[in-house]
Design a protein around this ligand. Structure first.
Ligand SMILES: [Mg+2]
Length: 237
């Protein structure tokens, strides 16, 4: 299990050495409009029997891989795109994400991009982040699916364990996925800024701050008063 978190431990060590703290940030559906882009590509290439727009498909089914009539070559197209490092460069940025994250970064630095993307696509992700003007920080990408399977965990659980390892030097995360919260242990002390959600009803006593827009993310991070110097001095945000 230890080998799944080597990159996270390196980031944690660096923060300890620097006596600083930071925040983690997810990539897909938080910074990158991946699912909507794929829905648009699938609709253009393969059509949509219901005559729905990409946005309507997402509203109705959520992720592309859940659309019942996009399970054949459509799904293969998406899987190929997910595995491709170069294809990351095609994905549009979510509205307000660059300005919002720059504001966050000036308050509490981005410690790493904690993403379920495969490590083999890190080059494409790094180039995309840099091209779009996002703050420079390490990419903490998911282990191969086979390694996760070997350890009996899924991608959300891996992310939750990573956040626990990184705390208290990484005081929390900005992520669009509520499922990760459910995988965190009750005693996780970080803050989960839940992007693109107006409500969260979970069973855990974890501090979740819903941020429907990136404007809200930057406002809420600032309002939380996450001062790295304070973190260094007290060990707690
Ligand atoms: Mg995401």
């Amino acid at each position: 299990m230890e080998s799944l978190f080597e990159d996270c431990k390196l980031v944690r060590e660096r923060l300890i050495q620097q006596g600083s703290a930071g925040i983690a940030v997810d990539v897909d559906e938080t910074l990158a409009d991946s699912n909507r882009y794929w829905a648009e590509c699938l609709r253009t290439r393969f059509g949509n029997p219901e005559g729905l727009t990409a946005s309507e498909v997402i509203t109705k089914y959520g992720y592309c891989h859940k659309v019942p009539y996009w399970q054949g070559e459509e799904l293969e197209w998406v899987e190929d795109h997910i595995r491709s490092s170069n294809a990351k460069l095609e994905i549009p940025v979510i509205d307000g994400a660059v300005a919002g994250l720059k504001t966050v970064h000036s308050n509490i630095p981005v410690a790493g991009y904690l993403t379920g993307r495969a490590r083999t696509t890190n080059d494409g992700t790094a180039e995309w982040l840099s091209r779009e003007g996002f703050p420079l920080a390490p990419i903490l990408a998911g282990p191969p699916k086979v390694a996760l399977k070997e350890h009996g965990i899924d991608g959300d659980t891996w992310k939750a364990r990573a956040l626990e390892i990184l705390f208290q030097h990484v005081i929390g995360t900005i992520d669009d996925k509520p499922d990760v919260i459910e995988s965190l242990h009750e005693d996780y002390g970080g803050i989960y800024f839940l992007y693109s959600h107006a409500h969260y009803q979970g069973s855990k006593a974890i501090q979740v701050i819903c941020c429907p827009t990136w404007n809200e993310v930057s406002e809420q991070v600032l309002a939380a008063g996450l001062n790295p110097v304070q973190v260094e001095a007290t060990g707690h945000p």
